[in-house]
Design a protein around this ligand. Structure first.
Ligand code: AMP
Ligand code: MG
Length: 472
């Protein structure tokens, strides 16, 4: 069988202003690390041999029907507007419509310089590529809306960072790569025509039922208000929720300095560049509202009756906090076995979280142990926990399917930072077995599997990861 990707491109048909068409920079000696066959199947890709996959997914060879382009966007980075960003190290190959009827982008990341590279080399090193591969696929298995990983390829070239590393290319698959920043760039340029074209395109592609700019904003708000509580439910900290990393279709995108919490700490920050905790665990709901306010600001000029529009767009933004709270309550109620939450359950959940915070209880293991005796070990004052547990038992006595709800909401394993780092260290000396093992383990995070008991363990003092870095 030869490699065939049934490309059906629409972004490439938008005006030239939206992107730069160019080819990937050639790689010296591409070697396939991993290929996601089940995802390829959804995308209706027929898979060729390994050598061919390495050529195509490094960008060395152009698959028939591909129309590679780097997308233009801008965005607020840590609150500061940067008027021109764009794909500085990524290239959209094109789109396919999958077996599930969903149109998706196929994009190379690390494929060389583009007109938007600014000072960067357009390349990526092996660490961030494997990290994104593992974490994005784990997120998918954890039922979190996310971009996915189709392939990882070594380029056979070296990339210079703080030291020299092997270069690699990730193939990322997303419902699209349209971001808040894609709207911002045209709005900031007062290019209303392009802004309108982008809006029409995004509505047609993602929210065909949405009525105009306001309807579109409300649809994006709905998806983002769904996504962020889901992150919180698995202890995920994105780390760099800039508006250029905030995707319109509501998928988690850009796995840079992201990380999962070990012990529960609502103020937790991992990213080395997030010095003021802007993107801390508990601040993620505030930030997504801020990001949606930037989207509203970018879109508001498209409304014919400007005065009324500002009011209605503001209302939409103000409604978001209630929506997030409601979704947060649904997510966290399920984590304690409640499928029909009541408003007062928030207090019960928060009492548990407070005790977890005080005890530095492991976020994943504590929830996974709810209902078993093992849970007491997570708490400094088990007797205090007993009181909570009693209250909890009273609350769930009239709930049905508690066990199923608990099992469906509480993963047993998540990609812990020390495991990811261990995997990268092994890969750097040519051992990809750890990568393969983690890949397999995290594909079924809700199922007890004695082969992976070690992956439940919290890091010891030497293993604790205190800071993460963006993937540049
Ligand atoms: P990110 O931190 O991945 O969201 O990237 C922010 C911006 O920096 C985007 O415009 C990227 O394309 C660009 N960028 C990141 N790394 C590189 C690189 N190695 N070369 C060129 N541009 C880059
Ligand atoms: Mg980005």
């Amino acid at each position: 069988m030869t490699l065939q990707i049934p490309f059906d491109n629409t972004y490439a048909a938008l005006p030239g202003l939206f992107y730069s068409k160019l080819l990937a920079t050639k790689s010296a000696n591409p070697q396939l690390i991993s290929f996601n066959h089940s995802l390829a199947d959804i995308l209706r890709i027929s898979v060729g041999d390994k050598a061919k996959l390495a050529q195509v997914f490094s960008g060395n060879e152009l698959s028939e029907g591909a129309e590679p382009l780097a997308q233009l966007y801008s965005g607020h980075q840590f609150g500061q507007y940067n008027p021109q960003l764009g794909d500085g190290r990524a290239l959209l190959l094109g789109e396919t419509v999958g077996k599930d009827g969903i149109r998706r982008d196929i994009q190379l990341k690390g494929s060389g310089r583009t007109p938007y590279s600014r000072g960067g080399d357009g390349r990526a090193w092996l660490g961030p590529i494997l990290r994104e591969y593992i974490i994005s696929e784990a997120m998918s298995a954890l039922n979190i809306p996310t971009t996915r990983a189709l392939a990882a390829v070594l380029t056979g070239e070296q990339v210079l960072r703080e030291t020299v590393y092997p270069g690699a290319v990730l193939t990322r698959v997303a419902k699209s790569h349209i971001r808040v920043g894609t709207f911002q760039v045209f709005s900031a340029r007062r290019d209303w025509k392009s802004l309108h074209q982008l809006l029409d395109y995004a509505i047609q592609r993602h929210y065909p039922k949405a009525d105009g700019a306001l309807g579109f904003l409300l649809a994006v708000i709905r998806e983002q208000a769904d996504l962020i509580p889901k992150w919180m439910g698995i202890g995920f900290i994105h780390g760099v929720m800039n508006t250029d990393n905030c995707q319109i279709a509501g998928e988690t995108i850009d796995y840079g300095p992201c990380a999962f919490m070990d012990h529960y700490d609502p103020l937790k920050v991992f990213s080395s560049i997030d010095r003021f905790g802007r993107y801390a665990f508990n601040n993620q709901p505030n930030i997504i509202i801020w990001n949606m306010a930037q989207l509203a600001t970018a879109l508001v000029p498209l409304m014919p009756n400007a005065d009324d529009a500002v009011e209605r767009f503001s209302e939409a933004i103000h409604s978001m906090s209630t929506l997030i709270k409601k979704n947060w309550l649904r997510v966290f109620s399920a984590k304690i076995g409640i499928s029909n939450p009541k408003a007062e359950d928030e207090l019960l959940i928060n009492k548990l979280l407070t005790q977890m915070d005080e005890s530095k209880a492991d976020f994943t293991n504590t929830f996974a142990a709810l209902g078993s005796n093992a849970i007491r070990n997570e708490f400094m004052e088990p007797e205090k926990f007993d009181i909570w547990e009693k209250e909890w038992h009273d609350r769930i006595s009239d709930e049905r399917h508690v066990d199923e709800t608990l099992r469906g909401a509480n993963p047993i394993i998540i990609p812990r930072n020390h495991r990811i780092e261990e995997m990268v260290r092994a890969a750097l000396i040519g051992d990809f077995s750890v990568f393969e093992r983690l890949s397999k383990a995290y594909s079924a995070p809700f199922i007890e599997n004695s082969d992976y008991y070690d992956l439940r363990e919290t890091p010891n003092e030497k293993e604790v990861v205190t800071a993460t870095f963006c993937g540049t």
